[in-house]
Write a protein that binds this ligand. Structure first.
Ligand code: NAP
Length: 236
């Protein structure tokens, strides 16, 4: 098993939900975590909680929709830590409506964060990983990258796009010793949506954090490139 001790990990969307859980797990595993999102107060709460448990974390306010903001994040990480070993492309959101009712601003907004944001972050950190001949990029996609459902046309389109992006990226960078992992969760218990959640069956954010840690700590010769995470059972 590979160790994360001494690794620098950037987590987008680390202010709550899945990103917060992944940040906690990576810090507990010995990585120094760079928490990137827009909500300063929530980022600070996550940072404090990691520090209280003896971990290392810094918060850098970042809006993944902005090329300047992402470029500034990469500069800060380079200056403070000499670059990132791990990038977790997690920031994302969903607006669910039938195509007839979907607003253009929501359609564009989801593509800006869920797809363009991943492109910007990847492009910002890839040169450093290539220079140091190593790195790992984890993309938090969704089962909506593979499945279709009523009201999911726009969100699903962003996550299908992300999966397509990630599959090509994985092939493009593996000869630089950079591994790309894409995780496709089903519904997870976060603030992401107000869909009914069955407390007995719903996946918890910690489960996605554990999945991420599993992929990141595989032997360096192996790339677990894609993982679907489903509820084990659906209670009727
Ligand atoms: P969440 O609790 O709503 O958290 C979303 C995170 O994304 C927040 O930290 C938010 O931070 C960040 N974010 C949103 N827009 C951003 C922006 N422009 N720049 C930087 N950060 C931004 O949702 P979640 O469930 O943890 O979702 C995390 C990822 O998992 C998303 O990509 C989502 O599509 C995916 N996913 C979720 C589920 C689910 O059922 N929960 C299932 C499959 C996949 P700020 O608001 O502070 O910026």
């Amino acid at each position: 098993m590979e160790s994360l001790k001494g690794k620098i990990a950037v987590v987008t969307g680390a202010s709550r939900g899945i990103g917060e859980s992944i940040a906690n797990s990576l810090a507990d595993a010995g990585a120094t975590v760079v928490l990137a999102a827009r909500d300063a107060n929530r980022l600070e709460t996550v940072r404090e909680s990691i520090k209280t448990r003896g971990g290392q974390a810094v918060a850098i306010l970042t809006d993944v929709r902005s090329a300047d903001s992402v470029a500034e994040l990469a500069v800060q990480v380079e200056q403070q830590f000499g670059g990132a070993d791990i990038l977790i492309n997690n920031a994302g959101y969903g607006v669910f409506a039938k195509v007839l009712d979907m607003k253009l601003e929501d359609f564009d907004g989801m593509f800006d964060v869920n797809v363009r944001g991943v492109f910007l972050c990847t492009k910002a950190f890839l040169p450093g990983m290539i220079k140091r001949h190593g790195g790992q990029i984890v993309n938090i996609a969704s089962l909506a990258s593979k499945n279709s459902f009523v009201g999911g046309a726009a969100y699903s389109a962003t996550k299908f796009a992300l999966l397509g992006f990630a599959r090509s990226l994985m092939l493009e960078v593996r000869d630089y010793n950079i591994r790309v992992v894409t995780i496709c969760p089903g519904a997870v218990n976060t603030e992401f949506s107000d869909h009914a959640k069955d407390a007995h069956t719903i996946i918890q954010p910690e489960d996605i954090a554990e999945t991420t840690l599993f992929a990141l700590t595989m032997p360096a010769r192996t790339n677990v490139s894609e993982i679907d995470v489903r509820p084990a059972r659906i209670l009727k």
